[in-house]
Write a protein that binds this ligand. Structure first.
Ligand code: ZN
Length: 221
């Protein structure tokens, strides 16, 4: 999960209260969420939905409220359903959703599990971690186990991009310029527009040297 800055005004079509997923809503959501699912951080997934963060249950105000519309992939939307309706809000500028939940990438491409761990004991954080655990580690059905495995593989591929830059940065003969370039590339992997940025963030957060150096590039700083 990553922090989303909702810096687009409410799309005008919402005022009519007839449709919550008109083209202007899609356009604004794609910008704000960087075309990523807010839950799993997959970029441009094959199936994507305009989701109501708080289920509207027929409430017209919630149904057409710009601040209640989120972008989620079909798979996460299906896993979330109504059970997970009190999650940490990635659009709340006061909640650092990256630091709230530990995300560790798989160590090998087909590792059976990756680590998701709530960093505090409150209900919202625990429920959000439970949802993320299902998203990335689910074995509830054959279908979910299969798709979770390919999702972990994608996280690994992104982690592998980080490993390449870490090796360049920590190479014993690395020149200052080469280290700088590696750091700039790591910053790209940490930006909210990059897929699986929470996993990359946690690798850096736990690095003695790069953690303090890149502190401000992670979450809401
Ligand atoms: Zn997703």
């Amino acid at each position: 999960m990553f922090n989303v800055v909702r810096n687009e005004p409410a799309p005008t079509s919402l005022a009519g209260k007839r449709k919550y997923d008109s083209e202007d809503v899609w356009d604004a959501l794609k910008k704000v969420f960087h075309k990523k699912c807010y839950i799993c951080e997959t970029s441009a997934p094959l199936e994507i939905n305009v989701e109501h963060f708080v289920p509207h249950k027929g409430d017209e105000d919630l149904k057409y409220d710009w601040n209640n519309l989120y972008l989620s992939c079909g798979r996460c939307n299906n896993i979330k359903l109504t059970k997970f309706d009190d999650l940490l809000d990635c659009c709340d500028p006061d909640i650092d959703v990256v630091r709230a939940i530990k995300h560790k990438p798989p160590l090998t491409p087909y590792a059976r599990k990756l680590q998701i761990e709530a960093q505090s004991d409150d209900d919202k954080t625990k429920l959000t971690a439970e949802l993320l655990n299902r998203v990335f580690n689910s074995e509830h059905t054959q279908n979910k186990a299969y798709t979770a495995s390919s999702l972990r593989r994608k996280v690994y591929d992104q982690y592998n991009l980080l490993l390449k830059q870490l090796n360049k940065y920590y190479e014993p003969l690395a020149l200052p310029d080469e280290k700088d370039i590696a750091v700039e590339r790591i910053k790209l992997l940490l930006t909210p527009s990059s897929p699986y940025s929470a996993f990359i963030s946690w690798c850096i957060l736990e690095d003695e040297e790069l953690g303090p150096m890149l502190h401000d590039c992670i979450g809401i700083g």
